[in-house]
Design a protein around this ligand. Structure first.
Ligand SMILES: C[C@H](N)C(=O)N[C@@H](CC(=O)O)C(=O)O
Length: 681
């Protein structure tokens, strides 16, 4: 017995391996593609930030809505195994479609590096994304439930370990996806999964279960309405009004599922906060300094998961249990929510620090102006009605001057005095450029927010007497100013050229600054030494390391909330509705994403830290509601309830046999475990 049990255990580890590796490959592909999706929208399809972010969140939401479809197909028709295979093929076709949509040569007839027919690329990429959402969402609830199906009812400890390992694989896939291309992994997902085919425990679909569930619920509601008069005796549960027509077992199963789904109502709020890691927190990072921006953002969450899941599972949870505390799944989920709320309090505190260092940007009714003087002498600049600035040659005003009106008149103390009227941009920042010929002074629009991704915005004013060529920029005419170019942090070299003459200058950049470089007429004679730098926006000074606590808190919350939720959804579902409940669980994530979308559309509170605190307070309120709901929830053993109902109905011999077999197996396992313990002693 000992030998055969060891063999069985090894076999189980082997096919669980195939399932978790399958999940690893699938998540690797999904996160790999997701990581570059916004960049593809921004720089290939040339969408603006808002559209790119909205379509991105809509795609993520769709990925978490399609599980309903996958669950229906699996539980009612194909079974989990075949559903995973078929939808993986859909997924692979989606990835290939998406990959084809990124080949600009297909429509780039004039070979200028940009596609000629954007509609074709947009249509193809949208088709690809829909197929990927169908694939990834469709197989997701099935893989988790299929993994769970490999365990028997008495193996709850092993089942919990499975879900932890499953989550580790998700995050290992997500982590590695940032390093390797995603396409290859779709094929490997399928191959790995099919390789284990002969070993899995495959439960058969039990007819169109979702349709039966809907009909049964519909009948219960109709029947209840028909018997609304007080002369009819009340029933214990409203679903009992389906007793007249439907099987008691189906009614009992629906009651179990509805009980859990009701409990899920407050859960999307957790995901609303969680999903802002990729939007608001990423934006926050762009206003901070530190040279690990992209690495931090894309890898800190999976790295922490890979560390925290084993610590929680092997150390923290057993320790809590040893202290005699009952840390039930629903309590863990509530604590998880509170951790996420604390993460947002931490984000708010970081934001307050950042705000102290941010420039004072104009409000929507204000305009800001700075003056740059490339004239040969110091100038006295008067801006009507009462602004007086003294600006050295090749210097600038100390900071922006804010106006609550747009029409201004500028006078220079030249001989004769030069006066010119300008109209400023409402809500904008501009620089008044005074060139070597001040009569042609002009306004140039400045950046009015921190440059993206911690980059630096730079531009040049040509004070030289002829056209100049600067590395990577178009040629600049005398007295003209270039548009801003974004440069990364670190040392950058620029070569200035006019005919045979050239000189080189270098600058070291930090994060998120903006500069205007003033090129004097002597630029070639002093080997670029005389180029002066005007700081339009200071570099970021709050270090990104300050974001680590918020990432740590939200990931701790995720381990408590998400891993537990996954296990809970499986353990509380009747056998024929495991995937449906997994889909319900994933839908909470979809709703969370949709809330993020709505919040992004509605706009922000004037102060970002206040928005973070608002979200934290909302989640605390929701977690209180959830803890009250959880207090009234009684954990069930779906198999036990099903057996009881069957017993009440009179068991069929076939089922009885199956159950006896399972009991025998359970006894065998227990005896064996005792045997192993005794041998150890
Ligand atoms: C990468 C995340 N830490 C993660 O584990 N995500 C899970 C849960 C979810 O987002 O639904 C996943 O991708 O399955």
């Amino acid at each position: 017995t000992l030998f055969s049990n060891k063999k069985k255990k090894r076999k189980k580890i082997c096919y669980i391996f195939f399932i978790v590796v399958n999940e690893f490959c699938e998540r690797f592909s999904y996160y790999g593609m997701r990581a570059v999706l916004v960049l593809y929208f921004r720089y290939f399809l040339l969408w603006d930030d808002d559209l790119a972010t909205s379509i991105y969140h809509a795609f993520v939401a769709l990925c978490y809505l399609t599980p309903i479809l996958g669950a229906i197909i699996a539980d009612s028709w194909l079974g989990k195994f075949k559903t995973i295979i078929y939808l993986s093929i859909v997924y692979a076709i989606g990835q290939v479609t998406m990959a084809i949509s990124t080949i600009h040569d297909i429509t780039d007839a004039n070979r200028d590096g940009t596609p000629d027919n954007f509609t074709f690329h947009i249509a193809l990429s949208m088709l690809g994304l829909i197929l990927i959402a169908l694939g990834t969402g469709g197989i997701k609830p099935c893989v988790a439930a299929f993994g769970g199906d490999q365990f028997q009812e008495h193996q709850s400890r092993q089942l919990n370990t499975f879900f932890s390992v499953f989550y580790l694989c998700i995050n290992a896939g997500s982590l590695l996806s940032t390093l390797i291309t995603p396409l290859k992994s779709v094929a490997s997902t399928l191959m790995v999964f099919i390789a284990g085919s002969g070993m899995y425990v495959k439960t058969d679909p039990e007819g169109n279960i979702m349709w039966s569930v809907c009909k049964c619920i519909g009948f219960a509601i109709k029947n209840r309405f028909r018997h609304r008069s007080s002369s009819y005796p009340k029933r214990e549960h409203w679903m009992d009004w389906a007793n007249e027509k439907y099987d008691k077992l189906l009614i009992a199963q629906i009651k179990m599922v509805l009980k859990v789904l009701f409990l899920y109502i407050p859960l999307p709020m957790f995901w609303t906060l969680f999903d802002q890691k990729g939007s608001r927190w990423t934006l926050q990072a762009t206003t901070m300094s530190g040279d690990f921006v992209s690495i931090l953002i894309s890898t800190v969450n999976p790295i922490l998961i890979l560390t925290l899941v084993p610590i929680m599972d092997r150390l923290i949870f057993p320790l809590i249990q040893k202290c005699g505390l009952n840390f039930s799944p629903l309590k863990r989920m509530t604590v998880g929510m509170l951790f996420a709320a604390m993460a947002f309090v931490s984000a708010a505190l970081v934001q307050i620090e950042i705000d102290k260092t941010l420039p004072n940007f104009p409000s929507s009714s204000e305009s800001q102006l700075k003056v740059v003087n490339t004239y040969s002498t110091t100038l006295n600049v008067t801006i009507s009605p009462n602004e007086h600035l003294l600006i050295e040659s090749f210097g600038s005003s100390a900071d922006y001057v804010t106006f609550d009106h747009q029409d201004i008149t500028v006078s220079l103390n030249t001989n004769p005095v030069i006066t010119k009227a300008f109209s400023l941009i409402k809500g904008g920042r501009q620089t008044l450029i005074i060139p070597s010929d001040p009569t042609v002074m002009y306004l140039k629009e400045d950046v009015k927010s921190k440059p993206r991704e911690g980059k630096n915005a730079i531009r040049f004013v040509n004070g030289y007497t002829a056209d100049l060529n600067i590395t990577n920029l178009d040629s600049i005419e005398p007295s003209a100013t270039t548009n801003y170019t974004l440069v990364n942090q670190g040392k950058r070299d620029f070569v200035l050229r006019h005919g045979e003459q050239w000189c080189e200058f270098s600058r070291k950049f930090g994060f998120g600054a903006s500069y205007t470089f003033l090129i004097p007429s002597t630029v070639f004679s002093d080997d670029c030494e005389s180029i002066t730098e005007v700081e339009d926006m200071k570099p970021n000074s709050v270090h990104m390391a300050l974001q680590i606590p918020q990432y740590f808190l939200i990931t701790t919350g995720e381990v408590m909330f998400s891993v537990t939720g996954l296990q809970f959804s499986y353990s509380q579902a009747p056998k024929n509705m495991k995937s449906v409940l997994q889909a319900g669980w994933l839908c909470t994530n979809a709703v969370g994403n949709i809330i993020v979308l709505i919040v992004a559309e509605l706009g922000k509170l004037p102060k970002q830290w206040a928005e973070y605190l608002l979200f934290a307070s909302l989640l605390v309120a929701v977690s209180i509601i959830f803890s009250i709901m959880a207090y009234f929830y009684t954990y069930i053993d779906p198999a036990e309830i099903e057996a009881q109902v069957r017993k009440e109905q009179g068991l069929e011999p076939e089922e009885m046999e199956k159950e006896t077999l399972e009991m025998e197996e359970k006894d065998e396992d227990q005896k064996n475990e005792q045997g192993v313990k005794q041998t150890k002693i």
